[in-house]
Design a protein around this ligand. Structure first.
Ligand code: AMP
Length: 416
């Protein structure tokens, strides 16, 4: 399968060659013909599968083929995405794939001054990538109308809901023309997402790239059982391996991310945190430092990490296990992108074992345990907690604090 056989037009093919893309990824191979055909699409795929190009390439092609000769450009495609980082990333994709077309795009998001964004809008764009809050804001100020939208993309719909953007999304939907093509992407498809998709798409074709295939399968995954209080020491130990030139470390909380950075800096390991409490500029600076390897370790919370796309990132470390299994797939999907090598290490304490079990069920495989390390779990709990202590399913409730900082005694075996 080649991009040529998908009947991609020459100016876009040219930029794909320049990008070094030789073969479409599975989602691209399936989605591009559907979108080029003018059909609505329901795509179940996580970031890391090449889904941005799966919608950006056919959008560029459709808009190029029906380029309007009006002097004044109209916004003909809107891509709505939950985070600023993702918006920037998607904008970069349009810039790369569309560099030989005559189409103009811009990206708008909150947390920064709106002036340069409104200037770009006033110059005229064909494609607008936006986060919901800033889009509504600029619509209300009269800088944007959505009445000419021909293709609408809702990206990361599940994340959009998790972040509480549903009301904003509904307001935006109400401003879109009824007759349009809609592309709906979500990494997971729980019932409320299916319901939302039903209100947006008409008879959509479905494309599902299930977790477990193909991105996650090519990532080497390992788990360390370790006491909560020893995770920092284990991380420093792990990072003493010079093979790990850079690593993305995940924590569940912003506070946790800051604490890990503090611990690493104390050991002269260059690191920075990226999370929602940081100003947009600080987040972008941290990301840039990580990309050019000035910073060796980037510590991120899940939401902030949604938009991180670093080429050749080999190592992801789950300092804390995610309490929602799909998040694990999102996290480790930061590595092993588009065929690159990737390794994911997970630090699992006694109370996180139930999360690990859920993750293994989702990815349909056991994650190999690294038995021989300096900080083995001493006070292990059985995986099955007594009934009254069982954690609620898929919720963000606070969990009890882990007790018992382990010592350095070696454990003969690491029961699961
Ligand atoms: P995405 O899932 O859109 O975040 O894309 C993941 C990564 O894969 C990005 O770094 C893209 O540049 C890269 N990518 C997307 N499509 C291809 C392709 N067909 N060949 C090689 N790399 C790709």
């Amino acid at each position: 399968m080649s991009f040529k056989s998908l009947e991609i037009i020459e100016p876009i093919l040219q930029s794909l060659i320049e990008e070094g893309y030789s073969t479409p990824t599975p989602i691209q191979a399936q989605a591009i013909p559907i979108v080029l055909d003018g059909k609505d699409l329901l795509g179940c795929a996580q970031t890391g599968t090449g889904k941005t190009a799966a919608f950006a390439i056919p959008i560029l092609q459709l808009l190029s083929n029906s380029q309007s000769y009006d002097k004044r450009k109209k916004i003909r495609s809107l891509i709505l995405t939950p985070t600023r980082e993702l918006a920037i990333q998607i904008g970069e994709s349009f810039k790369s794939y569309g560099r030989h077309t005559k189409l103009a795009y811009t990206v708008i998001f909150g947390g920064v001054n709106q002036f340069s964004q409104t200037q770009a809008l006033q110059r005229g764009v064909d494609i607008l990538v936006a986060t919901p809050g800033r889009l509504l804001d600029l619509m209300n100020q009269g800088f944007i109308t959505l009445r000419d939208i021909e293709i609408f993309v809702l990206d990361e719909a599940d994340c959009m809901l998790d972040m509480g953007f549903i009301h904003d999304v509904k307001k935006i939907l109400a401003a879109l023309p009824r007759s349009r093509q809609s592309l709906f992407f979500s990494a997971t498809m729980p019932p409320e997402i299916v319901k939302l998709a039903d209100t947006i798409c008409k008879n959509p074709a479905q494309v599902t790239i299930t977790p477990g295939q193909p991105t996650v399968d090519i990532i080497e995954q390992f788990v360390y059982f370790v006491d909560k209080g020893n995770k920092s020491a284990l991380l420093i130990d792990l990072l003493s391996d010079k093979k790990i030139k850079s690593a993305l470390v995940f924590t569940r909380t912003k506070h946790g991310a800051d604490k890990v950075v503090k611990d690493l800096l104390r050991h002269d390991i260059k690191s920075e945190a990226i999370h929602g409490n940081k100003a947009q500029n600080a987040r972008q600076r941290a990301l840039a430092n990580f990309k050019d390897q000035t910073t060796r370790v980037l510590v991120a919370t899940d939401i902030a990490a949604r938009g991180i796309d670093v080429d050749d990132m080999e190592f992801v470390i789950n300092y804390e296990m995610p309490n929602i299994s799909e998040t694990y797939v999102h996290r480790i999907g930061r590595t092993g992108r588009a065929g690159a090598n990737g390794t994911a290490y997970s630090f699992c304490d006694a109370e996180e074992k139930a999360y690990l079990k859920d993750i293994e069920k989702l990815i349909r495989k056991k994650i190999p345990v690294i038995e021989n390390h300096s900080y083995p779990l001493i006070d292990h709990h059985p995986v099955k907690a007594p009934k009254q202590q069982q954690r609620p399913q898929r919720s963000n409730v606070a969990r009890p604090k882990a007790e018992g900082v382990g010592d350095r005694r070696r454990l003969v075996r690491n029961p699961r």
